[in-house]
Design a protein around this ligand. Structure first.
Ligand code: PEP
Length: 233
């Protein structure tokens, strides 16, 4: 079970350090892997604050080249050198707002894995695609560019459920996760308005291997509560 907090563009370096020190002291279950994904500028204080703990720090993206003329980008070797443990790739906000495509997501994913990072690769359909009956086709297309790897997990994040307060029903999420697993036999996290009060039911589904949490990961108590919902003990 993996619970990952995607902070998006929230928490600068000072707030990130404070948050991570509080998280370090929070009661987290031993049988749940916990990671946080701060903005780039807050990675170093997060890594420092969580040194010596089991909590990993992820970046929210990662470029496919090691270095070069790519203004605004950060590479896997740079993240690795900083002590960062992994990277999210293909988040729907990257796909929708910053022109990421299946091809660039695949390149980023491959480079991050090759650079020694763990990867959470995000997939998911829009409301329009779901209503048009295209969910399976969209998932197939997005997953088809990825290759199985021990350090790769997929996050199923229906776009209509991200930051909207609308959560997929556990049955609907289970079905999408089964589709993804039939394409690539990897752990699949659910993401989309996961909160302390709906996490247990979602995480109880057999094909749901964890959660990628946005808004509710910004508060230590609510994030820790979601982590506790993932415990099997
Ligand atoms: C996310 O950003 O990956 C996400 C799932 O956000 P939220 O939990 O706020 O819907």
């Amino acid at each position: 079970m993996l619970i990952a907090g995607n902070w998006k563009m929230f928490k600068g370096p000072v707030e990130a350090g404070d948050f991570c020190r509080a998280l370090r002291d929070a009661a987290l279950p031993d049988d749940v892997d916990v990671v946080v994904a701060p903005p780039y500028v807050s990675l170093a204080p997060a890594v420092q604050a969580l040194a010596g703990t089991e909590i990993g720090v992820f970046a929210q993206n990662c470029h496919w080249e090691g270095e070069g003329a790519f203004t605004g980008e950060v590479s896997a070797p740079m993240l690795h050198e900083l002590g960062v443990y992994g990277a999210i790739v293909g988040h729907s906000e990257r796909r929708q707002l910053f022109g990421e495509t299946d091809a660039t997501v695949a390149q980023r994913c491959r480079a991050a894995l090759a650079g020694g990072l763990n990867v959470i690769a995000c997939v998911g359909e829009t409301l329009e695609q779901r209503e048009a009956g295209e969910t399976d086709a969209v998932l197939r297309r997005q997953v088809s560019v990825l290759e199985a790897d021990d350090n790769l997990v997929i996050a199923y994040e229906p776009i209509w459920a991200i930051g909207t307060g609308k959560t997929a029903t556990p049955a609907l999420a289970q079905q999408a996760h089964e589709t993804i697993k039939s394409l690539l036999d990897l752990p699949v996290l659910y993401g989309g308005s996961v909160k302390p009060d709906n996490a247990a039911e979602l995480l109880a589904q057999p094909a749901i291997d964890g959660a990628l949490v946005g808004g509710a990961s910004l508060d230590v108590e609510s994030f820790a509560a979601i982590c506790r919902c993932g415990s099997r003990s």
